[in-house]
Design a protein around this ligand. Sequence first.
Ligand code: F3S
Length: 398
Amino acid sequence: MYLTKTEEKMLDGEEGYAVKKSMEILVALGNIYGAEKLIEVGSVQVAGVSYHNLGDAGLEFLNELAKDGKVKVLTTLNPAGMDLEDWRKLGIDEEFARKQNLVIDAFRKMGILISCTCTPYLIGNLPRYGEHVAWSESSAVTFANSVIGAKTNREGGPSALAAAFVGKTPYYGLHLDENRVPDTHVEVRTKLTKFSDWGALGYCIGKQVQNKIPYITGIKDASVDELKTFCASVVTFGSKPLFYMKGITPASEKYQPPKEKIVLEDRDIREAYERINDDVEDIDFVCIGCPHASIKEIEEIARLLENKTISPNTEFWVATSRSMKQLADNRGYTEVIERAGGKFACDTCMAVAPLKGRFRAVATTSAKGCYYSRHNMMLTKMGSLEECIEAAVKGKWS
Ligand code: F3S
């Protein structure tokens, strides 16, 4: 891979340890994937923040980099393993909190914004159409590539950090237009009638196209919240963090539907629910906000919980960013949700918090949330927000 004089000096260690290490990572990646050069990135989003996933080895790696590493571009963080302020309320133990705080201290020292959200585009890390970025959270990467039309590979935690310290990333993969051409036409012949249908649709498309790029037709309208849950699902059950949706995503007009075609009908959506949902009635955990809840979703939760009480047998979480929670505080939504017995889980989420063994069955609006909850040994139910709120109030899935 071609390096400029300045980049060569970085690789030789002239800018210190973190930049040298980062250059080694970027050059190795560039050589593996045949990148011709490095390109500048407008922003970085770093995943691998939860101590639950990092462990002591990950913490040590971050502390080494934090000794002299400072990010060169706007860099935001994915959710951590706990609410950074109210972790006790979520049942997190002291030792985990101590270690998680050390992880956050290391990121703070690097000059990273302690945003702890998988929806950076809702809180100010919003690239423009066509901008190159280096993001690592899969749902955010899919949203950036598809809904915004920015360009990013699905970075790992270390390669995203490396891009942040250098301000550049190797020019390969989805940074190149020739790798962004859709190759499967997906015609949707079913009506999406409730929010969770978008997760079910992502399940169907992801499973069927796997690592191809779908060009989706047949969808008339989609809100940002529907698109963000679809992004999370399609990349979880498939693997390519890019799709086109005719008339909805900005670059869809550049292409014609490919010849290879898949048709999705009502029965496909029904089957997705059958596969995602377990046969369970008693629900002891309800979590909304995967990806992190927007202010509109929080408003809706508050409206549905007004004058209701969550079952004493059920824990109810709204997973969101701290910035969104501040808006909810100002609008009075937090008070309504907490009065009903709900809790805000800021900075964290149902997948990266240490939840294994704590709950038996979860209800959520998110297909991705169900996927990760199964890894946490929970039975799962996916449904509309109304169905999830009802489950929280009754402690049962109707
Ligand atoms: Fe976000 Fe966690 Fe879901 S990172 S997409 S809330 S699994």
